[in-house]
Structures are given as structure tokens and as C-alpha cells.
Design a protein around this ligand. Structure first.
Ligand SMILES: Cc1ncc(COP(=O)(O)O)c(C=O)c1O
Length: 397
């Protein structure tokens, strides 16, 4: 029996942040102005290799603003994955648009073959616009998620985006620090290749500011517009004149005070994540019925979340039984998100040949992966996994 809980994913915060927080208190800069915001934006921009980044309240807010500045309107349609956290889909609804759900591939990312097939067979392409044959509505954009920090097949995705003249939002909320090693985008970070990319600093992300997000783009006009809309679209700051409907979506200086410290430590977090992933991998390979999903080897993935597939016949219990056992043993694990196309607000929405995702929804388990997870705890998780394996239990009898 494990004494303390081994959590799934918790923040890795340094006490040094207190110096920054103290400064926000002493100066009174606690809201959406103050030096830490610009400093954090510059550090993120430099880290991912873009000229500019705009900090906001959350990844969800960033995605909402991205759709807004890319011109998604009421009645439009947007292609989204079914394997994702709901925050990648809800902003489509905020705009009065409708999501169309796509299946996933073996990396849990949007299946590019099915995406292409859908656009080819289920849509007309007229005057530079994609018209959905079923609804006669215009499909304007794709939101593609780098699931669990594993980079999307970006070359293919950009080819499709260009061919069909679609806007592309990269939901890189889970993929800060992941980049491509080979091919056309070698050296480019996830989030910096589509029209707009969005990162999140929610508590379980690779960096945290408590809650927060960052938007990047090579199109500086779009970023300026996002910055403007995020502070209530104030055209005249003295007389409070607003020519458009804006949002209260700007990051606060307190959040950024965390961020400026966290970003300096990201490479050491990723190093630990990769090291622990490899420890898991070597042992899980020898456990009958468990498979640790791999990260693409032509990329440097940030290894944010580790996913194990459970084969009931070979392992001796199914995913849910294993999850209960591990949780009883104070090892926190989690199934894959419920698929988006089956969530109550989206049951009527169009979906295209969703098959693979159902398999992963039933059989996938996320295991502890914090960037401050120590080797001793990885070994405890591994010996717990081994102890439930039917073949090992039998042979040791
Ligand atoms: C895939 C995905 N999209 C969007 C979000 C939203 O980010 P936030 O929680 O910062 O709003 C998250 C994380 O929470 C996420 O995992």
C-alpha cells in the first residue's frame, strides 16, 4: 500500500515566485497592467521563436479570441477533433458557429486522411469556400489539437488547409515546448505554424500561472486585434470609447509574475518528463496487456501526459477496473476525456466516421506524469501495475 497519494499531474512551483508576487503587491500592479505581463509575453515569444505573443486569461479565452479575429461568424462551421478537452470546442459555440467532429489517429491527434476524405467527398469547393453538402453551410476553419503534447502531422495539415483555403487554429495548450525535428517544419514549435496558436497555463499544464493563456501568430495585425479585444476594445482610454464589443480576457500581472519564473524552468521540466517516460516505457514493455503510447520520434515532444492502453484479455482486468485499483492504492489516474461528439451539447452535431476514438475512450489510462515526479514514485506506480497483471501474478504463484 502506498502511503501518500501520487497525483496525476500537479504544478511544479518554485518559492522564487514569491519575489515576483511581492513586487506586484508592493507596486500595486496586480491587474491587467504591469511589467510581468510584457516580460512573460517576450519570454514565451522568444522560446517558441515568434516575434510577438499576447497573454490572456486562459487557453479557452485565447481560442475564443482566435476564432473572433479569424472571422468565424454565426452560422459558420468549424472542424474540430472528438478527442480533446471540451475547451477546444466550446469557443466555436460562443461564436454562434457549429463544430463538425473528426476521428483521431494512432497518436490521438486528428486523423488527416479522414479530414481530407471528408473535405473531398462531403463538401463542395466553390469560389474559394468549402460548403458542407449536408448543411449547405460554410466551413471556415479547423481547430487542431496537439493532444497530450504529441505534435500533429503538420505538413499534411498545412497542405489541406491551403488546398481548401481554411483558417487553422493550433490548439497547442498541451504542447508548449514540443517542436518538429525533421521535414519542412524542422525547428518550428507547435503553435507557431497555423494562422494562430494558443497555449494554456492551467494548473495541470507543463507551466502554470494558476490559470492563463498565450496567443501567438506570425500575423501581427491579428495579434494586435486580439490584444485590443482582450481589454474591452477600448478605442479611447481616457474617455472610454468602445467601437466594438470586447472581452475582459487579458492576463493579470499576478498570473504573469508566476509565468516569468515558470518559463525559465521549462526545459528542466521537459527533461524530467522524458526521463520518467523512458523509465515507464522500459518496464511497461514487459507487462503483458499494457502498451505505453509513444510520442512521434521525428519530433521533440514535451511528453506532457503519458497514456497506457489496457488490453483486458491479456492484462487480466479492464481499464476501469485498473483505474479503481490504482486509485485505491493512492495512485491517481484518469481515463481519456469523454468524446466530444457524445457530449450533451453536441449530440446533434455532424461527425465523420468516428471509429478509432471509441477504442481509445474505452481503453486508455493516463498515469502520473508531473514534472516533479521522482523516480521512487515512478517505481511505485510500475510495481502496482505489475501486481495486477494476470500473467505475472500466475507465474509468481
Ligand atoms: C486541448 C485543450 N484545449 C483547451 C484547453 C483550455 O485551456 P484553459 O484551461 O487554459 O482554458 C485545455 C486545457 O485546459 C486543453 O487541454
Amino acid at each position: 500500500m502506498v502511503n501518500k497519494t501520487i497525483p496525476l499531474s500537479v504544478p511544479n512551483l518554485s518559492i522564487d515566485i514569491l519575489e515576483n508576487v511581492k513586487e506586484t503587491i508592493e507596486t500595486g500592479w496586480v491587474s491587467t497592467g504591469g511589467r510581468f505581463i510584457q516580460e512573460f509575453e517576450s519570454k514565451i515569444a522568444k522560446y517558441v521563436g515568434v516575434d510577438k505573443a499576447i497573454a490572456c486569461q486562459s487557453g479557452t479565452a485565447g481560442l475564443h479570441l482566435a476564432l473572433r479575429v479569424l472571422g468565424i461568424e454565426h452560422g459558420d462551421e468549424v472542424i474540430v477533433p472528438t478527442v480533446t478537452f471540451v475547451a477546444a470546442v466550446n469557443p466555436v459555440k460562443y461564436m454562434g458557429a457549429e463544430p463538425i467532429f473528426m476521428d483521431c489517429d494512432k497518436n490521438l491527434n486528428m486523423d488527416m486522411n479522414k479530414l481530407e476524405e471528408f473535405l473531398e467527398n462531403e463538401c463542395h469547393y466553390i469560389d474559394g469556400k468549402v460548403i458542407n453538402k449536408k448543411t449547405s453551410k460554410v466551413i471556415k476553419a479547423i481547430i487542431a489539437v496537439h493532444v497530450f503534447g504529441n505534435p500533429l502531422q503538420m505538413e499534411k495539415l498545412i497542405e489541406i488547409k491551403k488546398k481548401y483555403n481554411l483558417k487553422l487554429i493550433e490548439d497547442a495548450t498541451e504542447a508548449l515546448g514540443s517542436y518538429y525535428l525533421n521535414g519542412k517544419y524542422a525547428g518550428r514549435h507547435c503553435g507557431t505554424i497555423g494562422d494562430i496558436g494558443v497555449y494554456s497555463f492551467n494548473a495541470n499544464k507543463i507551466l502554470t500561472t494558476g490559470g492563463g493563456g498565450m496567443v501567438v501568430s506570425h500575423n501581427l495585425e491579428l495579434l494586435d486585434k486580439i490584444a485590443f479585444l482582450s481589454v474591452q476594445a477600448k478605442t479611447d482610454p481616457l474617455y472610454f470609447i468602445h467601437d466594438e464589443v470586447g472581452f475582459n480576457y487579458r492576463m493579470t500581472n499576478i498570473q504573469a509574475a508566476f509565468g516569468t519564473d515558470q518559463i525559465d524552468r521549462i526545459e528542466s521540466f521537459i527533461e524530467t518528463k522524458i526521463k520518467n517516460y523512458n523509465l515507464y516505457r522500459i518496464s511497461i514493455e514487459s507487462i503483458e496487456g499494457l502498451t505505453l503510447l509513444s510520442f512521434r520520434n521525428d519530433t521533440r515532444a514535451n511528453h506532457w501526459f503519458y497514456s497506457v492502453l489496457v488490453d483486458k484479455e491479456k492484462f487480466g482486468m479492464d481499464r476501469d477496473e485498473l483505474l479503481i485499483k490504482l486509485n485505491e492504492n493512492k495512485i491517481q489516474t484518469r481515463p481519456l476525456w469523454g468524446l466530444m461528439h457524445k457530449q450533451k451539447p453536441y449530440t446533434e452535431n455532424q461527425r465523420y466516421k468516428i471509429e478509432e476514438a471509441e477504442f481509445y475512450e474505452r481503453n486508455l489510462l493516463n498515469i502520473p506524469c508531473s514534472s516533479n515526479l521522482v523516480e521512487k514514485d515512478v517505481r511505485i506506480v510500475l510495481s502496482s501495475l505489475k501486481s495486477y497483471n494476470v500473467s505475472l501474478t500466475k507465474s509468481s504463484r
